[in-house]
Every structure is written in structure tokens, then in C-alpha cells.
Design a binder for this molecule. Structure first.
Ligand SMILES: [Fe+2]
Ligand SMILES: [Fe+2]
Length: 135
């Protein structure tokens, strides 16, 4: 099952992690295109709920892989996850999804997209490289 859609600079080489990243980014894109049409805020809400839950799930998965494999940079990597989780949760709880804060939503989702991309390129690729090395 494919991460064909992941740009090459985001491919970690760990299939499971790559599939999850693809799903994260696809969800972010769906939210942005829903916001673009601006017609269905219920759908935006649904996607946002899914994104927040899926981020938790994905981070937990990575963290358990790190622990299992005694990843030396676990603490640093986890603190990046925790910080982002806090930010996205605050957004999720504090802002109602309506047409009144459309622009803020777009900006915030774009910022989340940027964070995910940066984190994958900097930290997740490093982790995947380590995992490959110890196998
Ligand atoms: Fe990560
Ligand atoms: Fe990740």
C-alpha cells in the first residue's frame, strides 16, 4: 500500500511510518481544500477531529518503536511531539470551526502542515535511518 504520493524528500524508508505520514498529509490537504470551497464546515470539523486523533496515534506508534529499539534520541524526539500535540490541541479546543474564523483556520492548518514536513525531514528520517542500521 502506497506512499507513492509522498514527495521523495519525505520518504523515511520505513513503510509503516511512511504510510502514516502520507495519511497525515492527505488529511491536511483535505482540510485545506474543504476550507478552500468554504461550504462544508461540518466536514472540516470531522477532518480536524480525525487529524488530532491520528496525530496522537502516530506519535504513540513512533515513540513505542523508539523505546523498543533503545533510540538514543528518544527524549528530544518525544519533546518535539509533545510540543506539537499541545499546540494542535489548544487550537482544536479553543477555536470553533465556522466561517467567521476561516482565515485563522487556513493559516493554522498550513502551519501544522509545515511543522509535519519539517519534523519528518529533520527527525523522523533520522529515526528511520537508525532503525535500519540496527536491523
Ligand atoms: Fe516523529
Ligand atoms: Fe512522524
Amino acid at each position: 500500500m502506497g506512499y507513492e504520493g509522498l514527495p521523495s524528500e519525505l520518504v523515511t524508508g520505513n513503510d509503516e511510518i511512511d504510510d502514516q505520514h502520507q495519511k497525515l498529509l492527505e488529511t491536511v490537504e483535505s482540510i485545506l481544500s474543504e476550507l478552500d470551497t468554504g461550504e462544508n464546515y461540518e466536514e472540516v470539523k470531522r477532518l480536524l477531529d480525525f487529524l488530532v486523533a491520528y496525530i496522537d496515534e502516530h506519535f504513540e506508534e513512533e515513540e513505542s518503536v523508539m523505546l523498543k529499539n533503545r533510540y538514543p534520541e528518544f527524549a528530544q524526539h518525544k519533546s518535539e511531539h509533545d510540543l506539537f500535540k499541545m499546540r494542535i490541541r489548544t487550537l482544536h479546543m479553543s477555536r470553533q470551526v465556522t466561517n467567521h474564523n476561516h482565515d485563522i483556520l487556513v493559516l493554522t492548518v498550513k502551519e501544522a502542515k509545515r511543522w509535519i514536513i519539517q519534523h519528518v525531514m529533520k527527525s523522523d528520517i533520522k529515526l528511520a535511518r537508525y532503525l535500519k542500521g540496527i536491523k
